[in-house]
Design a protein around this ligand. Sequence first.
Ligand code: NAP
Length: 537
Amino acid sequence: MEQFDAIVVGAGFSGLYMLHKLREQGMSARVYEAGDNVGGVWYWNRYPGAKCDVESIYYNYTFSDALYKEWTWTTRYPDQPSILRYLNHVADRFDLRRDIQFRTRVTAAHYDEKTRAWQVKTDDGKTVAARYFISGVGCLSAANRPDIKGLDSFRGEVFHTGTWPHRPVDFTGKRVGVIGTGSSGIQAIPVIAAQADQLYVFQRTPQYSTPAADRPYDAEHMREVKENLGEIRTRIRDSWSGVPRSPIAMDRSALAEPPVQRRQTYEAAWQHGGWIHSSYNDLITDAQANETVAQFVRDKIRSIVKDPQVADKLTPDYLFGTKRPVIDTNYFQTYNRDNVTLVDIRQDPITEITPDGVRTAGTEYALDALVLATGYDAITGPLFRIDIRGKDGMSLQDKWAGGKEIHTYLGLANAGFPNFFTITGPQSPSVLSNMVCSIEQHVEWIADCLCHLRDEGLDTIEATVAAEQTWSRHCAEVAHTTLFPRGESWYTGANIPGKTMPFPIYVAGVNVYRGICDKVAANGYEGFALTRSGTAR
Ligand code: NAP
């Protein structure tokens, strides 16, 4: 059986950097990747209009000055082709491909207590052994294909935004249906509407979305940015979300300002583009403050969408930001087009998909193509696709009661699963942060930890049950100081029938979180049991 120091799952931002760090430390590693190239979610998400909603200059690695200087982003928000080009460049520049096995899915990883090694099985029928098993599967890589009666009978083409084909898709002259109005649907809808003959949008829940105001970066700005990586890195790390916040009013409560001034603040943020919720410091902690921004966006929707009945259907009534907020390019404007129809499936539910289209309680919509923008079995979904078993054959799925209970230490490690690490795992800042910032922090922490184990001659590291309980409790307590757990969203599995999980994200901020992780390491990996040749310390 082949043996490695570490096996890493996934060749996206996490897996690529993890491999680079392991190699730097002289460790042997193999990365398994289901796709036939690098990129992770950015390899699969090729739907029309796919873009990142974190600004380019922050949504990239900051560990290498040379890499940062040699790559030039051309627009404020990076589109999917640019991100994929960037990750291919990273793979080539650091010669990473030779340790990545593509077109291979990890199916199982079992910890063998006798050898103190992980046995990792892949779908090519092989098993390899490694001392460390590291997940870089990401939080949003298990596509949610909805269980709608008759879906397989549809005669036209069916696409999922998260597994878009790698060939060009042309909707010209076609009648297209889009189910889902999350970030993916909201990005794809305006682009598909401009191409298709007719577009029918099947909306279950309306969304708060604000303009991205994407624009080209000018050369002078990029020159300055490249010269100031040190400062940018510090600002990213010192921020709450891994994105330096805009300076607009964020040191104040929304309720501390008179309504006229507050609207001016929101208007300035709206015109500036991007995340409006950093306009004040209590929009996500105080329901009354939250209502001020929610009402501002509702008014905007009503002012953009010409047909008041369509505007009504597009207007959300829940707490702003408790579903993942979205930024868009001409999303609401798209409903003013003659070839776009909004179907509110809460009022007129989909009853089945027929060979010819979508049937709702009231109408039948004839379609040539159907786009499922129905999101992901998020956060736990990608991990549960692998049969991960720790000590005594305990599966991760059983330990977390299928996702109904999540217990981790720092979102990085699990009691009962020695030498297993989850990059951006549940109960870390993950999806409520700039993922690349959080990935770099986890990868560097894990790499330092593995060095420590090697230097000290230690065999295993395992979170203690007590540390895990304390962390999970702390994570929940912090979440409940915010409005996040009050929303119905994929954060808690509300999008998947039968799935409910406790709020799985650590929301004290990437700055606070980094400090905690660093302190744990500085205190000799407090909260972990470290063992050497069978002895615990
Ligand atoms: P999503 O936010 O979960 O949205 C899925 C949409 O499909 C929702 O409108 C959902 O309605 C609807 N839906 C799900 N199942 C359905 C069913 N059975 N019948 C009818 N409608 C159904 O998924 P996403 O848009 O792919 O985005 C997921 C996350 O990926 C984002 O929140 C973001 O974190 C990330 N992402 C980021 C970007 C970016 O950077 N710009 C782009 C794309 C994705 P309900 O709301 O009622 O559940």
